[in-house]
Design a binder for this molecule. Structure first.
Ligand SMILES: [Zn+2]
Length: 409
């Protein structure tokens, strides 16, 4: 259904907000401008999953980015699959970006060449400023690219919580501190603490983990598992992994004492049974003073995720990635969340993109539509005024992420 005048008015008001983008994978701008771009850059991220499920082989997918193959040939390979995925939410963000920045009304046989040429022209220093600041009105984007050297206040780092602790190789040469000399569990914990202190001093505001099933932490079992790896009696620790589960718990405790937010991926990815948001409950209970940013509303377990926000004061719910999973789902979830949880605990938007920065805009358009549609219905039902509705939207796009991450501008 077309947007109503009320919804359009809310969107226009929201476009004036300066906002905080609550989750990206954007690297330093140079990473983007050093890449040769064309129409397929717009399909270098989540649409990959849709292309694969539609039947595109990995080999064909990789060939889309091979600049030695003529663009025309690559388009011929891509076009039949594009027809299968173009109605999805992932694709809509690409279409909106193409319309906004590259002056094409669709991505098709007639436009892919001019679109590619326009993308090359815009892929110069200043593209982040153009897309993120000028077009999206983003003050800063919380980004996870594995580095704190981002080169611009437009990007604020969130770093990975490293918990690859299955083999002696991984344990003895931790990615978070390659020079560390690891002879004991306490050596590893020292390396973790040094990493947390370092990334915080370099500007990181959070650590990211996954909502896998973790066992209750046991120092004794962790030491025993460490010794089995160290002595070689075991080459790979099983899951649940007592060493990992102890280290993760200690990392959460230390990072939260350092005032870092613990961001948690929940739901949706691969074998998503291992990412049920309910796996976080024992962790939420053990760390009442930590602040947890629960990503993606746990899709498809949205009610479970909302219940985390209902029951735990240390939980915030982050709608990053959600609007491009399904606008229908996120509108239902947001409407229910207003019924269920306090309004200081919602974060409205995170683009969740790496290379295709222009799609942050496409995703943001979809996010504003979803927020406007949910709030417009509340206004029409005489539950709130337009001004009250916009106060809520402003909390979700600005005040809440600013408070959660203690951002100072
Ligand atoms: Zn992400």
């Amino acid at each position: 259904m077309a947007l109503t005048d009320l919804e359009k008015g809310l969107i226009a008001a929201m476009e004036e907000f300066e906002i905080i983008d609550c989750h990206e994978h954007l690297g330093p701008e140079k990473r983007r401008t050093d890449t040769t771009v064309d129409v397929f850059t717009l399909f270098s991220h989540y649409t990959r999953g849709d292309l694969s499920v539609a039947g595109m082989s990995e080999q064909v997918y990789q060939s889309l980015f091979n600049q030695d193959i003529p663009l025309e040939r690559r388009w011929q390979l891509f076009a039949p699959f594009w027809e299968q995925i173009r109605w999805g939410s992932y694709a809509r963000a690409a279409l909106l970006a193409a319309q906004k920045f590259y002056n094409v009304d669709d991505i098709n046989d007639k436009t892919y060449q001019s679109l590619s040429a326009a993308m090359k022209k815009m892929n110069v220093p200043g593209i982040y400023e153009q897309v993120l600041r000028k077009t999206c009105n983003i003050r800063t984007a919380l980004t996870q690219c594995g580095s704190t050297e981002l080169g611009s206040p437009l990007l604020t780092p969130v770093m990975p919580m490293v918990y690859d602790l299955e083999t002696w190789h991984a344990v003895s040469q931790p990615g978070l501190a390659p020079a560390a000399n690891i002879r004991s569990v306490d050596d590893y914990l020292d390396a973790v603490r040094n990493y947390v202190v370092r990334v915080k001093s370099e500007g990181a505001v959070g650590l990211k983990m996954m909502s896998n099933p973790y066992a209750a932490p046991s120092r004794e079992q962790a030491i025993s598992a460490f010794e089995r790896l160290h002595s070689g009696t075991e080459s790979r620790l099983p899951v649940p992994n007592p060493l990992r589960d102890y280290i993760v718990d200690e990392t959460i405790a230390f990072a939260s004492k350092q005032d870092l937010v613990i961001a948690v991926h929940t739901g949706y990815w691969g074998d998503f049974r291992t990412l049920d948001p309910l796996h976080t409950i024992p962790i939420l209970q053990r760390h009442p003073n930590a602040r947890f940013d629960i990503y993606h509303l746990g899709y498809p377990w949205m009610r479970e995720a909302i219940m985390l926000g209902k029951g735990f004061a240390n939980v915030w719910l982050n709608l990053c990635w959600t609007h491009i999973i399904s606008q229908r789902f996120v509108m239902i979830a947001l409407d229910e969340a207003i019924d269920v949880i306090p309004m200081n605990k919602l974060l409205a938007f995170g683009g969740d993109y790496g290379l295709p920065v222009e799609k942050v805009y496409g995703h943001l358009v979809m996010a504003r539509e979803d927020v406007a549609r949910v709030l417009a219905r509340r206004i029409q039902d005489n539950q709130m005024t337009e001004s009250q509705a916009l106060t809520l939207a402003h909390k979700w796009f600005w005040d809440n992420p600013k408070a959660l991450y203690r951002l100072e501008f």
